[in-house]
Write a protein that binds this ligand. Structure first.
Ligand code: NAD
Length: 343
């Protein structure tokens, strides 16, 4: 290996993926096209998956861990960051352990089950002096960023209204997503979070109140504490309002609409794996589709290694804001009230 190459190599974020399930597999595939991030390690409880990934991605034995021994990753200089892609309830423990091992952490959404856990994860990463980023892939998506740019430049005028519709019809009743212990809730934790987060980056403000209503058509499939469908509304300091739907019981539900007094933006699909499609009052959005996870990981390498600032934040605090809103939505579902939020 030439010295030039090793100099270049130092600027590559070397990542270990934890949790080799559906989304971990998608991220690993997408990372093959990354210029600045590289998959170099795995953490998994399933030896057959590890073997399979080792063959596919040329991962050496010394970079393979399981859930019992992964704290030893602290002694492995070949790994810069751990990407936690396990079920929601495990993120808290997994992120804190990775931070204590001195590794930067990328964690999937929702970052945690509640705001208290989220704050503990932020604290642990601060104490360990490592970065904590959350897998908000839409924050790097070109058509989404064009709308954010237009909104910032006032092209929609004063923002008045946002609508976010996020849902799909969930299958297998035995999966972890329908298990309160592992998921921390139901559709809101998994898919409704896109409408919450989207409302924030599309409107460009933090909500000051939220209220919500829950409906459930199937109490067998969606047990106590696992929401099937929630409608929620949010209000922003400017007076803009948002109306959103989160569900595990409808397909074809992936739409954002932003309305201002000078124009509008519409994305449909708005948060699927793409291509994202959209238009504004000025016409069709034509930014080219790029695999979300590829851009995300290249941009995150820049954030971690160079201290780059993303246009829309992807740090722990950004995720904590979503968790606080999620908690308030669940509270509003229980008591029917309008819950104030700290802007
Ligand atoms: P999955 O079920 O396909 O994979 C989860 C992985 O975690 C599996 O490999 C499983 O073996 C492993 N695991 C470790 N400990 C486990 C335990 N105690 N119980 C169950 N599984 C355990 O799920 P997924 O779809 O890959 O989701 C994982 C995370 O990624 C979730 O937090 C989810 O919200 C997030 N996700 C994000 C996106 C996105 O677009 N950003 C998309 C899908 C999933």
């Amino acid at each position: 290996m030439s010295s030039n190459f090793s100099l270049f190599d130092e600027r590559i974020l070397k990542v270990a993926i934890m949790g080799l399930g559906g989304y971990g597999t998608r991220v690993a595939e997408a990372m093959q096209s990354c210029k600045r991030a590289k998959l170099v390690g795995v953490i998994s409880g399933t030896p057959s998956k590890v073997e399979n990934w080792q063959g596919k991605y040329n991962i050496p034995d010394k970079n393979c861990y399981n859930y019992e021994n992964f704290d030893n990753i602290k002694d492995n200089a070949d790994i810069d960051a751990v990407y936690v892609i396990t079920p929601n309830a495990l993120h808290h423990d997994h992120v804190i352990r990775a931070a204590k091992a001195g590794k930067h952490v990328i964690c999937e959404k929702p970052m945690a089950l509640n705001a208290k856990e989220g704050q503990e994860m932020i604290n642990a990463c601060q104490q360990a002096n490592v970065k904590l980023l959350v897998g908000y892939r839409m924050h790097f998506e070109p058509k989404t960023l064009e709308i954010v740019r237009m909104r910032k430049e006032g092209e929609f005028g004063n923002i008045l209204f946002f609508q976010g519709l996020s849902g799909f019809k969930i299958g297998d009743p035995n999966q972890w997503r329908l298990n309160k212990e592992l998921a921390g809730g139901g559709s809101l934790m998994d898919i409704g979070i896109y409408a919450i987060n989207g409302a924030r980056y599309m409107v460009g403000e933090e909500p000051i109140w939220v209220t919500a209503q829950e409906t459930k058509t199937d109490k067998q499939k969606f047990k106590e504490g696992v929401d099937e469908t929630i409608q929620f509304q949010m209000g922003f300091p400017s007076g803009a309002v948002a109306s959103c739907l989160s569900t595990y019981n409808m397909n074809n539900l992936d739409r954002f609409f932003l309305n201002g007094d000078k124009g509008f933006a519409e994305l449909q699909p708005s948060t699927g794996y793409g291509p994202i499609e959209g238009k504004t009052h000025l016409g069709q959005l034509t930014q080219a589709h790029k695999t979300h996870q590829t851009i995300q990981m290249d941009e995150m390498a820049g954030i971690i290694l160079e201290g780059n600032k993303p246009i829309v934040p992807v740090d722990g605090m950004e995720a904590l804001k979503d968790l606080r809103i999620i908690e308030a939505i669940y509270e509003a579902c229980r008591n029917g009230r309008k819950i104030p939020l700290q802007a």
